[in-house]
Design a protein around this ligand. Sequence first.
Ligand code: TRP
Ligand code: ZN
Length: 867
Amino acid sequence: MLDIQSAAAETPHLIRREDYRPPDWLVPDIALDFVLDPSATRVKAVLSLVRNGAHARPLRLEGAGQEPLALRLDGTPLDADAWRRDGMALLIDLPGDAHRLETEVEIVPETNTQLMGLYASGGLLCTQCEAEGFRRITYFPDRPDVLSRYKVRMEADKARFPVLLANGDPIAQGDLEGGRHWAEWHDPFPKPCYLFALVAGDLAVNRDSFTTMSGRAVTLGIWVREADIGKTHHAMAALKASMAWDERVYGREYDLDVFNIVAVSDFNFGAMENKGLNVFNSRYILADPDTATDADYDAVAGVVAHEYFHNWSGNRVTCRDWFQLSLKEGFTVFRDQSFSADQGSAAVKRIEDVRALRAAQFPEDGGPLAHPIRPEAYMEISNFYTATIYNKGAEVIRMLSTILGPTDFRAGCDLYFTQHDGTAATCEDFVAAMEEASGKDLARFRLWYSQAGTPRVRASIDWEAPGGRARLKLAQDVPATPGQPVKEPMPLPLKVSLFGELSGESFGGERLVMLDEAHQEVLFEGVSERPILSINRGFSAPVIVETDRSAADLAFLSGHDDDPFARYEAMQQLMIDTLLSAVSTGEADHAPVIDAVRRTLTNNALDRAFIAEAVLLPTEAFIGDQMLVVDPDAIRRERDALRIALGSELIDEWRAAYAASKSGPFEYSPSAKGARRLRTVALGYIAAAGVPDAPRLALAQYRGADNMTDRQGALGVLANGTAAEREEALADFYGRYKGDALVLDKWFTTQALSTRDDTVEVVEALAQHPDFTLANPNRLRSLVGAFTANQRAFHDASGRGYRFLADMVIAVDRLNPQTAAKLIPPLGRWRRFDTHRATLMKAELEWVLATPGLSKDVFEQASKSIV
Ligand code: TRP
Ligand code: ZN
């Protein structure tokens, strides 16, 4: 039974995938009538109901604490004995097979701090319904397999809310007495209620248009506060580029006459793909050179594309139930990653995506919250909007595209869209379409949907010089995860190449090896010199690869591999090997890393964006992930030492790179971005070298910048140091940008990420700063989220970082459980640390769990994290 939350339940109960049952009642049409007011909004709903199959079960309407002010069935008030409550849901016995039910409720947007349902943000009224927010607006079968055509009427004060938007097309509008007005919108495409949206407010619009491949003109609008209109041009360009890209690459065309985007400042997530009315966290819309970094520009384009792409992968074909979430999210992330790769440097984009996967998803997959991309059970679905569902989900789709090849993959997508258009589908439907279109047997591939955990691959090469044969020996192992003690070997598509150590030539180019057993051998012929192994090129499978390659081999690959990702990867591995050996022996041999970095840095054939990525040391957290027991102190010591050595040994090269990447007037182009990236990376190494002019150089970059990338880059470098220039720049930054919330977030983040010893105290103090607030998720994450990513500060042996986080979780949970729950995972990593830290971390989880009135969101994450 897909029994959704019941308010009365004291211990949140588990919803299981295997209990899925089709809906008892369908709602082909719904008419909604809103009388909008921040302090009391009236919502009337008229539902057309159709019994689904032969059964005698009641209609179940989910709610979230509202009172049913009126209930009318086919025009007459419902008898008191015709309905009952089940927790917050209503159960109604219906005599016939088709009915018309009217409900009326009152809700209070201005006190809605959860930011789910209808809420107020910066003078606007807006909605967020995914996953289960619609029930907070009106009584409804709030599940994604109930699809309805929506008619929406809104009425509001015209001066406060001059703009009234909803899904679909605007139908009519008019004025009313008393300074009020109304508007009506119809969405012709049946949709699940999680895609419903409305926005009311005083908004300005950036208008544009797009002509689709079949020649239809679509009116585009990006709606923001008047003062922000100048910051919407990049998002608009990205929207048009996304629309054209989806036509060209996937053959998918937009289907309504209007496409609107609204930016709001209080938002739990990045953005939301509501049909024809995307609602965005303003940080993923607003961008101009003075306030947004290049990374922000890229994120804006990526999220705009992501939400736009959902129109097909999510909206036209939606999810049958929330266990299928990766059907739309994994696929759509893969689509937005591919789009972004096509806009600039594909290699750098791949490096960034893999870095994000390793930073967020690998730890999740190796910890107490591990789950397959298609989970089996949940207490609170909001907790499953995870890096696993999104990013590992995207890797799984990428592997399908690799295994099938571009033509069959496209045919599979076409078939999937044709077969399931207008319906609610499953992950199985997607794989079956791929199987049918390609004729390939994907039976074992389905393990990627059911097994959690990051597979480990061991790879080594045996070379027989006389016969010119090389044997690639592969072994895989999928670690146990909660509830899944024993795993089967999975099919892993590994792109492999062998390079001759003398000639540097590849023997026969790249091969796609399918590793689908526990042990496997692959034979290479004609290998006339000792081969060096390049494996998992392009990160073709989301796995951890262990090899016995020497520092010399890795250095060779970092300079010669013809796959840029593999080059980056070899450099990272060389750095990791060097650091891990220093951590365990206390002695460090920095020379191979310094040589390899010098060669990359001075290689004029490489693009600067790539160089900047390749010469960066792995994060302290990622180094920790490679250790049996994370030792934050040893990691920071050895990493700092290597960083200082790189800075001082290569000081002339860094200065040269810094000077050579001095940018002219701001330009947003791949080459200008690459130059800015390398410039700040070089500045960081110059500062690490401790040369006396470093703070002056950084302050000059800070002051002279005509863009936020250079300015924040310099600020970040200064924030790590002790020079007087640090305070000067931080104070200037605050003074300049205190009126711009998104930029002020950067001020908090920069300090929370500082490598200084006093960061814990600084962060504690910043939490008391007048500009800090728990109510705004961006501000909260800018300080607390950034702090937990700062391994040396968060894992301060005093335990102050843990206590700070637990206090934040408890405080935020009272306002916004969804956002509070997202802060828990760093505490759940206690098993990876020494007993001293583990004990402190567990104590904080216990402290959280002992809090009366905890939300089920936090309860689920904390209780799973403590075992
Ligand atoms: N579907 C959204 C996306 O990935 C995610 C989302 C937006 C969301 N708002 C949310 C998920 C609130 C849970 C709760 O594009
Ligand atoms: Zn999405």
